[in-house]
Design a protein around this ligand. Sequence first.
Ligand SMILES: [Zn+2]
Length: 295
Amino acid sequence: MHTSQKLPHLSYLKAKSFDEYQRLRSVSRELYILMQDIEQAILYNHQDQDHVELNGYCHVCDSFSHFKIDCSRGRNVNDLKIPNWREGLACVKCRLNNRKRGSLHIFFRECSPSQESKIYLTEQKSPLYKHVAQKFPLTCGSEYLGEKIAYGTMTKDGIRNESLTGLSFENNKFDYILSFDVLEHIPNYIQAFKECLRVLKPKGKLVFSVPFNINSPSNIIRAKVDHEGNIIHLKPAQYHGDPMSKDGVLCFQDFGWQMLDEIREVGFSCVEAIIYRSRFYGYLGNSHTVFVAQK
Ligand SMILES: [Zn+2]
């Protein structure tokens, strides 16, 4: 069923800095409480169930669908188990979770990509890549395979090897770069931003998500690499799921608002944090943020 014409508008906040975010937050406090109330009602309704399927509209599938909530795990708040909203709420049809569906939604809204758009996606072995590549024929995806094969070349399965800190692409190639929860795994993330800027066309946009501490003005460096290439842990090691390795991949930093200044210093003309939440589209939970940086 295609019902796009009648769908509610996804409204969101945009902020360029921590100060601007704090002003917006105080204005939108009542809305914040209202959404929290809706989420608590859903959880109370299903307290005795481990697995719940919440109805809603999947923007990726462009149809009504259900989103899976795992109530068996989560943190306890006032005797109520709050699930990991960000990584949960996978659509039963496209399998994309809350943050991936939301990130693509913001990409469509902010960029209005077309069939002619040249898109680089910093993942390839994922349902998200399949979805974007099906919709936009000029999509190029890659994975980080290290030194196993030369950068810019493909494995026999057609997986392209790229390192975000040294891309093989020529300058001014792409209209959009999409990168979802990758940059926190790159110790020299500033170099990765520089490379994205280089391969974007003028006015091209980098749309990305990272684990973001919305209440922190500065980044928190969890680990770094020393001159001899050894990993030095400054905080307890945190590993995130990775389609290319069963051990997961180390998180080097949790970003705060400092990151937006760093992106501007690299040479992007504009960068904004987009903060969204929606019951209708199944974007439950607080402070989901996607960043849009324009060359
Ligand atoms: Zn879906």
